[in-house]
Design a protein around this ligand. Sequence first.
Ligand SMILES: Cc1cc2nc3c(=O)[nH]c(=O)nc-3n(C[C@H](O)[C@H](O)[C@H](O)COP(=O)(O)O)c2cc1C
Length: 149
Amino acid sequence: MKKLTQLVYISRSTSVRPENFKGIEPTVGRILLKSRINNKRSGLTGVLYFGDGCFFQCIEGEEEAVLDLLQKIKDDPRHSDITVRSQRWIEKRSFGSWEMKFVAIEAPLTKLLESRGYKRFDPYQFDNQMDESVLHFLGAATAVDTISE
Ligand SMILES: Cc1cc2nc3c(=O)[nH]c(=O)nc-3n(C[C@H](O)[C@H](O)[C@H](O)COP(=O)(O)O)c2cc1C
């Protein structure tokens, strides 16, 4: 089996209004539906978080597939300021049962942000340790899986 890599990047949404939105924003819903179809085909798994107008996404799989997707993602006009935060080799997937898990803003994350002195979900302000904490949080968080276009 080829080596697995895990990549985390952040970005700012261009097409989704950052105000508090009940349920899943239609644009995010469309991204997720498409992601789940494509990722299954490419053997990719991961998690997507959207909050306060920012995306935080982890993608894992074979390096070529991950980097091909990153290229497509970088060309996507629905977000901007795409910044890779980390890429590492992994022995085992953290999101192996998800073509793309989706987590919406929820109280425990708000608490985590507050406890580290962040007023909102602004991943551009996070340090390395906070990235790890968010990733860990997303691994344990309940997924939102009622997605419709
Ligand atoms: C925040 C964000 C996350 C995305 N995540 C994925 C993903 O995990 N998988 C995927 O195939 N496309 C993802 N996309 C969509 C891609 O940018 C691109 O539109 C899509 O892969 C094109 O698919 P197609 O080549 O089948 O038309 C994402 C887009 C955004 C804005």
